[in-house]
Design a protein around this ligand. Structure first.
Ligand SMILES: Cc1ncc(COP(=O)(O)O)c(C=O)c1O
Length: 405
């Protein structure tokens, strides 16, 4: 009998893996479904409700019959709102044809890489990095060039490290500030040092992922490389979205601003893959960008209070040490002090993944390992949950650590 026919998978899909954060979240959910008491600190999304005026805009759009395909690159109203936001908050001017709307910042980044990266092209990714960048580059046939940015460097890419990573094959450098997972935020001077390097390398393009732009804790002004160095405007893609700022992850609205040629190519890709973004989500994003911004400051204050308390509690646990993040809603404690320790069952904690599994099993606290983010041994904990849960989680971690020897 001939073996059952199977559908062969492409080399492209074999090169990449499922998003580790989605896998971790599913694992925590599955344990909960079995009745385990799990505090889930894997979430990459705000725990707040979407503001009411944004929800109202969806209802109004529905009532107005906005239920059809929109232009591929987004409704004129949304692109206008994005252009106004970029001018108002970032001091940079774009035309309506230099802006595109995608299904989350994620699709915008993917469209840009598909449109520009081919076999053998290199993309510089500072580590720790958001988990999707390397796999997206691999999916396009490119080579992720991961540059380790250790804690001593504030988890940030220096001008020297950038210069050293650029080759004749480099197409992009991707900067994410504030960063998921470390919360590191590039100051104006740090960004200027990087743009100075890029000015000398005209074939290298810059992609900034500004999705956590509004979640900055220490009174810093926004930093936009195009405003700092207008000569880079023709080879910079600014990526942003409404998911994190306005608690709108399910709406799936992201956007990019860049040179018209690149934006046009991204639109071509989108026109052949998803046509356009959900019309109701776009109406909601218009309300978010143009409407009252009170929620943004409220959410930021809540994240700041959680950051301060969580960092304090983590630093009191022998074996963990945690730098205070500048922004975003994660903390990234080092667990180097736990590596080599033995669990009560006699198992050695050899990696940060072992530590994550120990905390999940012993403490019922779900997190992610630094290895998934390209720099270990660290843990990524989301603080997008209540202060009470964070305090409970830290108490459980302290007890679990005390049982190690
Ligand atoms: C750094 C970073 N970029 C992009 C995204 C994707 O955001 P969106 O919901 O807009 O696709 C995330 C979400 O976790 C993220 O952490």
């Amino acid at each position: 009998m001939s073996p059952a026919a199977t559908i062969e998978l492409s080399e492209r899909i074999k090169r990449i893996k499922p998003s580790p954060s989605m896998v971790a979240r599913d694992r925590a959910r599955a344990l909960r479904a079995q009745g385990r008491d799990i505090i889930d600190l894997t979430a990459g999304e705000p725990d707040f409700e979407t503001p009411q005026h944004i929800k109202d805009a969806v209802v109004a759009a529905l009532a107005a019959g906005e239920t059809r395909y929109t232009p591929v690159n987004g409704t004129p109203a949304l692109r206008q709102a994005i252009v106004a936001k970029l001018e108002r908050e970032n001091g940079v001017r774009y035309g309506l044809d230099q802006v595109t709307v995608g299904t989350g910042a994620k699709q915008v980044i993917y469209n840009a890489l598909v449109a520009t990266v081919g076999e053998g092209d290199e993309v510089i990714i500072p580590a720790p990095y958001w988990v999707s960048y390397p796999d997206m580059v691999l999916a396009c046939g490119g080579t992720p060039v991961v540059v380790a940015c250790g804690e001593n460097a504030g988890f940030k890419l220096s001008a020297e490290a950038l210069e050293g990573a650029i080759t004749s094959k480099t197409r992009w450098v991707i900067l994410n500030s504030p960063c998921n997972p470390t919360g590191a935020f590039y100051s104006r001077d740090e960004m200027r040092a990087l743009t100075d390097v890029l000015v000398r390398h005209p074939r290298v393009a810059l992609m900034t992922d500004d999705i956590y732009e509004h979640i900055r804790f220490d009174g810093t002004e926004p930093v936009c490389p195009v405003e700092i160095e207008p000569r880079l405007k023709e080879r910079t893609l600014l990526v942003n979205g409404v998911s994190k700022t306005y608690a709108m992850t399910g709406f799936r609205i992201g956007y990019g601003a860049g040179p018209a040629g690149l934006i046009g190519a991204m639109n071509t890709m989108q026109s052949q893959s998803s046509s356009c973004v959900c019309s109701l989500g776009q109406a909601a994003a218009v309300a978010a960008l143009n409407g009252d911004q009170g929620f943004v400051a409220e959410a930021r204050d809540a994240y700041r209070a959680r950051r301060d308390r969580t960092v304090e509690l983590l630093n009191a646990i022998p074996g963990l040490s945690c730098r205070s993040p500048d922004g975003a809603f994660y903390v990234y404690p080092s667990c180097s002090g736990l590596i080599g320790k033995h669990t009560p069952e006699g198992k050695v904690l050899a990696t940060d993944f072992d530590v994550v599994m120990y905390f999940l099993d012993e403490a019922g606290v779900a997190m992610l390992d630094g290895t998934a983010y390209g720099l270990s041994p660290y843990l990524r904990m989301s603080i997008a949950t209540s202060l009470g849960e964070l305090e409970d989680a830290c108490a459980r971690l302290a007890q679990a650590c005390a049982r190690l020897n």
